[in-house]
Design a protein around this ligand. Structure first.
Ligand code: L14
Length: 335
C-alpha cells in the first residue's frame, strides 16, 4: 500500500485520477489531494470518504511515495523537484519534462520497460500522442512505419473545465440569439473549428503538433519516422478523434491491421462502416480503450493504411495512463 498524492486534484484530470484510483482499486494507503490556494478546502470524495484539498507547497510531499501531477507545466516545474527530493516518484501529466533525455515518456502498452530508467520523474505523454501510439506501436513492430500524417479533432475538455463551460454557454447563447464573448479560446468554438492548439512556432506548426512529432518518435524509440501533424479543436466535449495515415516499409493490408489491432492491448477495433459502425467521441467517452475503425488501404501509395482513432482524452489520454504507469511501477518492482 502506498501514500499517494494528486497535485491539481480539483481539475478535470485530477478528479478523474482520484476516481480511477478508486475504481481500479489502486493500493492506496493514504491519499493527499493538493491544488492551488484557490481550491484549498474543496471536498473530494474517495472511497466514500471526504478528503479536504490542501494547498500544494514545497513542503507537501513528506512521506509521499507516488505523486500524480496534473498541475500544468508551471505547477510541475515548480513543485515536482520537491516531491522527488522528498522521495516520491512523480508521474507528470504536463509538457514540462516529456522531452528531457533522462525522463521516461511512457505508455504502458507500448514501452513500459523504459520505467526501469526513471530517476524520480516519469512523464505522461500528450493526449493525442497516447491514443495514436497505442494503435500504431504494434503496426510499427510488424511493418515498420516510415511516415505518419495525422489530423486531430480534439475535444474542449483537453483545455479544462472553463473550456467545457465556454462551449455550453456559447451553444446556448447562439441558439437563443444572444451575443457571445469567447474567453478561453481566441474565437467562438460552438458551431466552429479552430486549427489552433497551444502556441505557434516560427515553422508554422503549433506546439501541440510538434509534441505529436517529437513524443511519438521518443515513445516508439525511432527518430527516423517522419511525422506531419495538424491539430484541430472541435466543438465536442469529450474524447479526441484522429485521422491517421501511415506509410510502411513492408507491404500491409487492412485485414492484417484489423487482425493485429484486435489482439493489441488497450485497443478495440470498431470497423463495420457499411452498418454505420465506427468509433465516435460519444462512444469513447468514459471508456478506457483506444477505438480504431475506418481501416482501409491508402491507394495513393504502395504500402499505406488510413484509419480513424478515437479515445477519451481525459482517461487514456491523461488520468488513466498516469495510473497505469503507477501500476506498472509496482508490477515491475520499481517502487
Ligand atoms: O500537452 O488543450 O498535455 O487539448 C493537453 C491538453 C496540451 C493541450 C498537453 C488540449 C496539453 C491539450
Amino acid at each position: 500500500m502506498y501514500n499517494v498524492a494528486v497535485v491539481g486534484a480539483t481539475g478535470l484530470v485530477g478528479r478523474e485520477m482520484v476516481s480511477i484510483l478508486e475504481s481500479r482499486n489502486f493500493p492506496v494507503k493514504s491519499l493527499k489531494l493538493l491544488a492551488t490556494s484557490r481550491s484549498q478546502g474543496t471536498i473530494v470524495q474517495f472511497k466514500g470518504q471526504d478528503i479536504v484539498v490542501e494547498e500544494a507547497t514545497p513542503n507537501s510531499f513528506e512521506g509521499i511515495q507516488i505523486a500524480l501531477f496534473s498541475a500544468g507545466e508551471k505547477g510541475s516545474k515548480e513543485l515536482a523537484p520537491f516531491a522527488v527530493k522528498a522521495g516520491a516518484v512523480v508521474i507528470d501529466n504536463s509538457n514540462a519534462f516529456r522531452m528531457e533525455p533522462d525522463v521516461p515518456l511512457v505508455v504502458p502498452e507500448v514501452n513500459e520497460e523504459k520505467l526501469r530508467e526513471h530517476k524520480g520523474i516519469i512523464a505522461n505523454p500528450n493526449c493525442s500522442t497516447i491514443q495514436m501510439v497505442v494503435a500504431l506501436a504494434p503496426l510499427h513492430r510488424r511493418f515498420k512505419i516510415k511516415r505518419i500524417v495525422v489530423s486531430t479533432y480534439q475535444s474542449v475538455s483537453g483545455t479544462g473545465r472553463e473550456a467545457v463551460e465556454e462551449l455550453w454557454e456559447e451553444t446556448k447563447n447562439i441558439l437563443e440569439g444572444k451575443p457571445i464573448t469567447p474567453k478561453v479560446y481566441p474565437h467562438q468554438i460552438a458551431f466552429n473549428l479552430l486549427p489552433h492548439i497551444d502556441i505557434f512556432y516560427p515553422n508554422g506548426f503549433s506546439k501541440e503538433e510538434m509534441k505529436m512529432v517529437n513524443e511519438t518518435r521518443k515513445i516508439l524509440d525511432d527518430q527516423s519516422i517522419k511525422i506531419c501533424a495538424t491539430t484541430v479543436r472541435v466543438p465536442v466535449f469529450r474524447a479526441h478523434s484522429e485521422s491517421v495515415n501511415i506509410e510502411t516499409e513492408l507491404p500491409i493490408t487492412p485485414e492484417e491491421v484489423r487482425e493485429i489491432l484486435s489482439k493489441a492491448p488497450g485497443v478495440v477495433v470498431v470497423d463495420k462502416p457499411e452498418e454505420a459502425v465506427y468509433p465516435m467521441p460519444i462512444m469513447a467517452e468514459g471508456k478506457d480503450e483506444v477505438f480504431v475503425g475506418r481501416i482501409r488501404k491508402d491507394e495513393s501509395i504502395e504500402n499505406g493504411i488510413v484509419m480513424w482513432i478515437v479515445s477519451d482524452n481525459i482517461r487514456k489520454g491523461a488520468a488513466l495512463n498516469a495510473v497505469q504507469i503507477a501500476e506498472s511501477l509496482i508490477k515491475l518492482g520499481l517502487i
